[in-house]
Design a protein around this ligand. Structure first.
Ligand code: SF4
Ligand code: SF4
Length: 137
């Protein structure tokens, strides 16, 4: 594949951890090992800890791809989606070839841009997979 990429629509993410769990199960990672995790954007106090004061609480989530992630190389070579994107129940993730304008990820990115979403990546100091893009509105 020319330029493999994963696009995560943060507005659709419900913080369910199915993506992270699918990865963990597929690669039989040990109890404390995660190649992928879901960050809570909130108070900063921990997983699913909201910001604000009751009843005005707010919280959102960001799936994070660590450098341990192998982008499901064997699976994608066979033309399949990565386990994480395939299993997302909210259809928040799209995988494809960013160098092909007709691939699912290119089409989705274009659609979201046209709908006013901001597309961004995590900064290099986060040391995450550079193939991952986020969309948020
Ligand atoms: S990206 Fe999908 S599977 Fe992962 S936490 Fe968000 S909604 Fe759940
Ligand atoms: S792309 Fe594959 S290896 Fe990477 S986080 Fe998703 S399931 Fe795990």
């Amino acid at each position: 594949m020319g330029q493999p990429a994963i696009l995560v629509n943060l507005n659709r993410c419900t913080g369910c951890w199915t993506c992270s769990t699918a990865c963990k199960v597929a690669y039989q990672l040990g109890e404390d090992k995660w190649w992928h995790y879901v960050r809570t954007i909130g108070s900063g106090a921990g997983v699913d800890e909201p910001a604000g004061e009751w009843p005005n609480l707010r919280m959102s989530w960001m799936p994070v791809y660590t450098t341990g992630c192998i982008l499901c190389a064997k699976r994608t070579k066979e033309g399949l989606e990565p386990h994480c994107t395939y299993n997302c129940p909210a259809k928040a993730m799209t995988y494809g070839d960013l160098s092909d304008p007709d691939s699912p990820v290119s089409v989705r990115m274009k659609q979201l841009r046209e709908r006013g979403y901001k597309i961004f990546q995590l900064p290099a100091w986060e040391r995450t997979r550079p193939e991952v893009y986020y969309a948020e509105k």
